[in-house]
Design a protein around this ligand. Structure first.
Ligand code: 13P
Length: 252
């Protein structure tokens, strides 16, 4: 049985005091950590404060991106060593906004995946198609390629502990959600791909989230599907009440 994992992706939102106030509001009202994993992926400048704020609690803190080198002349970048040192647990890798706005390639994504595991961070690997790719029937081939490239060189154990987020680009921030059945079909295809790359046990273990306009009102239906193990949530994760509702609705 895979434990559900709900991750907030705050993107470039909130100030430090708002971020801390959010965590203070929810931290004593969370469902048991035995039933659902709660993650907040915050802007890098809040990570230190949020790790301290959540110490000994049930919320894990994640970054939204990182570079793949340990250190050096990479102005403006943040390394996995820095994230690990702060006590950050997760890192989103290859979000479609990074791929489309900042030119991240599958090869970059793979380097970041390897760097995450080298430094003991859990990657939340994002994959997903544009509307044009969906309408021309390329979805399955595309996510298969993204997953295959991203996992290259990772061990079975690393692959099994990766979290994959299937986020159709046309559903992000648009209010359009993939139907639970369509989302599940792609998540099942991703799981099958992991099975072909590794083995059945790895495929059964890996957790696959759906992302794209997830809200308290649609999360139950999505999570009732066989291959959806959680959600990566943007807009609806910015409000503490709504984030708590998402966690409550997700308990296994
Ligand atoms: P929304 O939930 O705002 O559609 O964002 C999804 C997303 O991109 C999470 O990473």
């Amino acid at each position: 049985m895979r434990k559900p994992i709900i991750a907030a992706n705050w993107k470039m939102n909130k100030t430090l005091s708002e971020a801390v106030a959010f965590v203070e509001t929810i931290k004593d009202r969370l469902p048991s950590a035995e039933t659902v994993d709660a993650v907040i992926c915050a802007p890098a400048v809040f990570l230190d404060a949020l790790v301290k704020e959540t110490r000994d609690g049930q919320i894990a803190i994640g970054a939204q991106n990182m570079y793949f080198e340990d250190n050096g002349a990479f102005t403006g970048e943040i390394s996995p060593v820095m994230l690990k040192d702060l006590g950050v647990k997760y890192v989103i890798i290859g979000h479609s906004e990074r791929r489309s706005l900042f030119g991240e390639s599958d090869a970059d994504v793979n380097k970041k995946m390897r760097a995450a595991f080298t430094h003991g961070l859990v990657p939340i690997l994002c994959v997903g198609e544009t509307l044009e790719q969906r309408e021309s029937g390329q979805t399955e081939a595309l996510v298969e390629k993204q997953v295959t490239e991203a996992l290259k060189g990772l061990t079975k154990k690393e692959a099994a502990s990766t979290v994959i987020a299937y986020e159709p680009i046309w559903a992000i921030g648009t209010g359009k959600t993939a139907s639970a059945q369509d989302a599940n079909a792609v998540c099942a295809h991703i799981r099958q791909t992991v099975g072909h790359l590794y083995d059945e046990n790895t495929a059964d273990t890996i957790r696959i989230q759906y992302g794209g306009s997830v809200k308290p009102g649609n999360i139950r239906e999505l999570l009732s599907e066989s291959d959806i193990d959680g959600a990566l949530v943007g807009g609806a994760s910015l409000d503490p009440t709504s984030f708590l509702q998402l966690l409550e609705a997700s308990q296994s």
